[in-house]
Design a protein around this ligand. Structure first.
Ligand SMILES: [Zn+2]
Length: 859
């Protein structure tokens, strides 16, 4: 209330000044009818280029200068740079442009300034001066708009680029803005060899009379504690030398309108509108409006907040950027980009795109980020890279396929193509709802909150049911709240459920409300009541394992465990999809040649299984892992007792979590288990993938020719042979890095059992046989650049592994080593058969020496 009163007082005093007729304090802002800066043709230029003419009044004003780089093909987007408050002064034969650094509102009080450019004067009259803007703008100053106080607090200086050639393509006044459009060639940043690239790009400037918005009350940042806002650079308070860092936010004393571009497909229009208007529910009043962009308005028009739909299928990302008043943090203009890939154009097309993706070499993850090298985009979000997006889509397609199979089994009817389209389109629309709300949330000032998924009511045990009901009916079961915020990165299935939450008008997500209240209302909220929060800067430190992106459950260990299950699902689906041409074959056709040509990549799949599946899980159980949800229960500065209690709380949490997943042994070693079937020596994991695959493969097999069947079996067997070995070697090496604080009684025995099974699994060849026994080759004798498979398994029993601090654990480990060595020594004895190693044939000698080397780390 007090704030509102003071704003009113300011308005009143302005009115009094007016009535006293003190004209020197009244600005006549630049406008079409007050054209105080205009363009005039530069006659000396070969191309049509312009000079700028300034009326003398223009020298008494402050201007807000914005700059954006316009990225060209395939679709024009822009990167907004940090706006600057500037003023112009004539000295001798030049006009200088200074950046105002102190934020005072009239030119005669300016004390701090930075020289930005010197423009040669071309001609002068009594009331105007014409300058060579092009020659003056021989450098570009780049700084991103947003500041992140959690990453240290250093204010970055501008990055300066040298312009080597340019011409001014257009100068025009529209409304209260002067637009300047410039084509430039510039020197980029030197690469490692010191080569400086020279690049061509387009720069758009706007100048508008700067006037502080008296209705806007800046809000100081809280340093990204408990809620996160984008900030502008710290602003110095004159006289005191103190600085405040304002958050970026809109002036909501007037409506904030978002304009969506005219090319938003009809099927997604409502989703886009819902995503914008969701925030009205969060504000608790009507602040946001969503309207179609009027015809003839450019997507870079100042003063317009725009949701731009980009026809760009392979980009796979959405992002946002905004420009704000550098002194107050008021957001003046924002821009959200949605690429059409979020639409995908239906189920059948999504399947086609996904298949194409499977056949492709992966794109570099920054493929969508074009632009001049060295300019870090002012964008605040990179929702998805192409690769993780396609992986995510794969999981959704697999889900729909699975629902189809279930329907067949339970009701004996398959989903029709039409039904699949309905399910997929509803999912895609809900997904767009969530992503638009997320990006618009950024432009309202909000940072990511990667801890959002911790506050969900969807438990892993009911996830299958909840997601099935959602997919089949579009409804969320009562009480199901997928996340605390739209500002997390969530798997697309969760994202679309958040979209459904928005669509169903069920209220607001708790973090979104807390964050908006913090930034936009005067009410003091007790930060201890806030749900967990952590943002990009926190995530980067890699300490808090519940700050994970793309996770989905309240217990991150549950979520990581579930991800392993999902990897089984998606590996099976990907594999089945590679052969789905078989389901469409016509009578009498033989496709065995085509089967032989299918390109599978078991190494890539195994690597994905490790990196996206077990690695995050193992890291959570490590002694170094911390969790923000637990950390928040302790004071910001941990005293000695707090530190001890905190450590204990983490261990209790881990212990409880793994207990309900079947214990630490099960969680760490389950994917190393060998099948109990007598004649098949292979990992249970492979059985699980094959079983899932058979669900998808069901209808392929019915009319296969013998040739096709043989070709398919050969291909699949080969695939799993490699997959299994690649998986084991990488998984063992990942497991070896785990350090524990506590283990179970059975831990070492379970470990030994897994290691023995894999290390001594029998291959098909007979190495030697005599009266002492026989030695068979080993099934998993496999090596790649990463190392030796059995050697890596053996190394798991190394001294000091897993629980360094516990002598009794290490004693058990020593016994396990002795047991394993016993079996190795037995094989050695059979091979030597009472003789010396030098008596062995070359072949047996090689075999034994290599074998001994594998065991040497545990000897
Ligand atoms: Zn984001």
């Amino acid at each position: 209330m007090i704030i509102k009163k003071s704003a009113l007082a300011l308005l009143l005093s302005a009115a009094i000044l007016f009535s006293c007729g003190k004209k020197e304090t009244v600005l006549v802002p630049l406008s079409e009818s007050n054209a105080i800066i205009t363009g005039s043709i530069d006659k000396s230029s070969e191309k049509t280029s312009y000079h700028l003419s300034f009326k003398r009044e223009a020298l008494e004003q402050l201007f807000l200068m914005t700059m954006a780089e316009i990225e060209g093909a395939p679709t024009p987007t822009g990167s907004a740079w940090a706006p600057k408050i500037v003023f112009f002064e004539i000295k001798g034969n030049s006009m200088f442009m200074f950046e105002s650094l102190d934020g005072k509102l009239s030119t005669n009080t300016i004390q701090t300034r930075a020289l930005l450019a010197e423009f040669p004067i071309v001609s002068q009259t009594f009331d105007s001066v014409t300058v060579d803007f092009k020659t003056g703008m021989n450098h570009l100053f780049y700084k991103r708009s947003m500041y992140s106080s959690e990453s240290g607090g250093d204010v970055p200086s501008d990055i300066v680029f040298k312009v080597t050639n340019s011409f001014i393509h257009k100068v025009e006044i529209r409304g209260n803005y002067l637009f300047i459009d410039q084509f430039v060639r510039l020197d980029g940043q030197a690469d490692e060899e010191g080569n400086i690239p020279n690049l061509s790009t387009e720069i758009k400037y706007t100048f508008s009379t700067y006037k502080k918005n008296d209705n806007f009350e800046p809000r100081a940042t809280n340093g990204q504690q408990r809620v996160g806002y984008f900030e502008t650079y710290p602003v110095l308070t004159p006289g005191s030398g103190a600085s405040i860092t304002p958050i970026m936010k809109f002036d909501i004393s007037k409506p904030v309108t978002y304009y969506y571009t005219r090319n938003v497909p009809e099927t997604f229009k409502q989703a886009v509108i819902d995503g914008v208007l969701y925030w009205n529910r969060v504000f608790g009043k009507e602040v946001m409006k969503a309207e179609m962009l009027p015809e003839g308005i450019s997507v870079h028009e100042p003063g317009y907040n725009i949701v731009q739909w980009l026809e760009w299928d392979t980009a796979g990302f959405a992002y946002a950027n905004m420009m704000g008043d550098p002194l107050t943090g008021e957001t003046l203009q924002s821009h959200v980009y949605m690429t059409s890939v979020f639409g995908l154009g239906g189920y059948a097309r999504a399947v086609r795109l996904f298949k194409k993706y499977l056949g492709e070499r992966p794109l570099p993850t920054d493929a969508g980020n074009i632009g001049v090298k060295g300019f870090t985009n002012a964008q605040v979000c990179n929702y998805h890279d192409h690769q993780s997006f396609m992986k995510d889509i794969g999981a959704v397609l697999a889900k729909i396929e699975k629902l189809d199979q279930e329907n067949k089994e339970q009701k004996n009817v398959a989903l029709t193509d039409e039904e699949k389209e309905i399910i997929f389109n509803r999912y895609a629309q809900d997904y767009v709802r969530q992503v638009v709300a997320h990006e618009v949330g950024h432009t309202l000032g909000l940072r990511h909150n990667f801890a959002g998924s911790l506050t969900t009511t969807i438990d892993p045990s009911i996830f299958e049911t909840v997601s099935k009901v959602y997919f089949m009916t579009g409804k969320l079961l009562p009480g199901m709240i997928p996340s605390a915020t739209v500002m997390d990165y969530t798997p697309s299935m969760i994202s679309s459920m958040i979209g459904a939450f928005i669509r169903q008008g069920q209220g607001t997500l708790v973090y979104d409300k807390q964050a908006i209240d913090f930034g936009y209302s005067d009410e003091e909220v007790d930060p201890d009541t806030f749900v967990p929060f952590c943002t990009d800067g926190h995530k980067g430190k890699g300490i808090f394992h519940d700050c994970k992106i793309w996770d989905q459950f309240s217990n991150p260990i549950d979520a990581a465990w579930d991800d392993v299950r999902l990897m089984i699902e998606s590996t099976a689906y990907k594999l089945a999809l590679s052969f789905d041409f078989l389901s469409k074959k016509t009578a009498g056709q033989d496709l065995s040649a085509k089967i032989k040509k299918v390109n599978l990549d078991p190494r890539k799949d195994a690597t994905a299984f490790v990196t996206d599946g077990i690695k995050p899980l193992f890291e959570m159980l490590d002694s170094k892992a911390q969790f923000i949800a637990i950390r928040n229960e302790f004071p910001a500065n941990l005293g000695m007792f707090d530190a001890r209690n905190y450590a204990e709380a983490i261990e209790n949490f881990k212990q409880l979590s793994v207990k309900h997943l079947g214990g630490m042994d099960n969680v760490l070693f389950s994917t190393f288990k060998m099948s109990s079937q007598v004649d098949v020596e292979q990992l249970v994991l492979i059985d699980q993938i094959t079983a899932k695959m058979n669900v998808y493969f069901g209808n392929y097999f019915k009319d296969l020719t013998d040739l096709e069947r043989a070709a398919l079996e050969k291909k699949i067997t080969e695939y799993f042979g490699y997959f299994e070995r690649e998986y084991l070697i990488q998984a063992a090496q990942t497991l070896a890095k785990v350090n524990l604080n506590q283990s179970s009684e059975t831990f070492v025995n379970s470990l030994l059992a897994r290691v023995e099974q894999i290390v001594f699994a029998k291959g098909s060849e007979l190495i030697t046989t005599n009266e002492l026994g026989s030695v068979q080759s080993h099934l998993y004798d496999y090596k790649n650049e990463q190392g030796d498979l059995r050697g890596s398994m053996i190394a798991l029993l190394k001294d000091g592994g897993f629980l360094k601090e516990s002598p009794s654990f290490q004693r058990k480990l020593a016994h396990a080593r002795a047991d394993l060595l016993k079996r190795h020594n037995a094989e050695e004895s059979i091979l030597l058969n009472g003789g010396a190693i030098d008596d062995l044939s070359d072949q047996l000698y090689d075999w034994l020496v290599i074998e001994k080397k594998r065991f040497s780390p545990i000897k």
